[in-house]
Design a protein around this ligand. Structure first.
Ligand SMILES: [Zn+2]
Length: 352
């Protein structure tokens, strides 16, 4: 019988637990990524020294690079340093910016990248996408998916709660991204990828009704796994589609119009709630609203320090940030006046 299946590139290893960082050398050896610890370790400012101390006993041959990450220039500079020696892999340790810088540099030089997340702020921990600033504009670059993903809950626990909360918003927004994708399929015949949808939605579904808080290991594990599944869903579909819909268009518009308003996860979580409202899915709207409220995430513009007018302006601008992506925003094609009216109704619906 022929076995009809497809081959999917996923990380070789996924570990979510406490104390993972101290055992990184073992993981690299066990997975045959690096038997002697000949790796380039990339860390951000601040946590770098503590991390270097922890991994030294097992990764004696590693070189440690500190990056002031998040820019294409920093990633290219790191890349030029990677050429000086023959490394088995690049190990990025830290949060989004450090990981994105390491991912891009490793991909550009054909080296496998091990992602060690010390916070759960967004789904970049396991995605084949690197988000970097260049000339004042943030762009997403396609890169190889990490060869291994490690989340050390000891670090996550001691990191700022705001970052971890943000990850909840990013993971939950996958529900909206998938709904937008299904809308594009129904309206325009855009092909769906059932496996990518399964991965993206399952993680978010596990999270949305989870009664735990940021203080529980089991909740943090479900959050980490939801973010990882979102990243793998992107790799499966070869696109950010399963994890980025109208919610992300609104967030990109906020970044452009009102820089530094909120974190990525705060903005896409609220964007997802607003798009779900526009879609008229009452059950999902209540579910997402309750989840955001339970974890102290913003739901209305005022929670982000914005006026309803400012938020409406971002919603009107949102489709222009991603012209090729069909979402509920492009589907409804509301006039600025209609957007203002819907934002007003939305705020009443959330608060009422
Ligand atoms: Zn996102």
């Amino acid at each position: 019988m022929p076995l009809l299946a497809r081959t999917v590139n996923t990380p070789l290893a996924i570990e979510v637990r406490r104390g993972a960082l101290a055992e990184l050398g073992r993981l690299l050896a066990d997975q045959r990524i690096s038997s002697g610890g000949e790796v380039a370790v990339v860390v951000g400012h601040g946590q770098g020294e503590r991390i270097a101390e922890l991994i030294k006993p097992n990764l004696g041959n590693a070189d440690i690079f500190t990056v002031a990450g998040g820019t294409l220039a920093a990633a290219n500079e790191l890349g030029s340093k990677l050429r000086r020696r023959s490394y088995d892999a690049v190990v990025g340790i830290g949060g989004g910016k450090t990981l994105d810088t390491a991912k891009y540099a490793a991909s550009a030089y054909g080296l496998p990248m091990v992602s060690v997340a010390t916070n759960l702020a967004h789904d970049g921990i396991a995605s084949p996408v690197s988000s970097l600033d260049h000339d004042g504009v943030r762009r997403s670059y396609g890169v190889h998916i990490p060869i291994a993903v490690v989340v050390d809950l000891d670090f996550v626990e001691h990191g700022p709660d705001r970052q971890t909360r943000s990850g909840i918003g990013d993971a939950i927004s996958n529900l909206n991204a998938v709904a937008d994708w299904e809308l594009a399929h129904a309206t325009r015949g855009e092909p769906l990828d059932g496996l990518a949808i399964t991965l993206a939605r399952t993680g978010a579904e596990a999270l949305i009704n989870h009664p735990g808080t940021l203080g529980d290991d089991d909740f943090l594990t479900v959050l980490a796994e939801a973010l990882i599944l979102g990243g793998i869903a992107m790799a499966v579909s070869g696109s950010s589609r399963p994890a980025s819909g109208g919610c992300h268009e609104i967030s990109h518009a906020l970044d452009l119009l009102y820089p530094d308003t909120g974190t990525h996860g705060e903005q896409v979580g609220m964007g997802a709630l607003f798009c779900t409202y526009l879609r008229g899915d009452e059950h999902r709207f209540r579910q997402i609203s309750d989840c955001l409220k339970r974890h102290g995430l913003p739901r209305v513009p005022a929670d982000l320090g914005l006026t309803d007018e400012q938020f409406a302006e971002a919603v009107s601008y949102a489709p222009a940030t991603r012209p090729d992506r069909y979402t509920i925003l492009e589907h409804l094609a509301l006039s600025p006046e209609q957007v203002r009216a819907r934002v007003k109704e939305y705020v009443n619906a959330v608060c009422g």
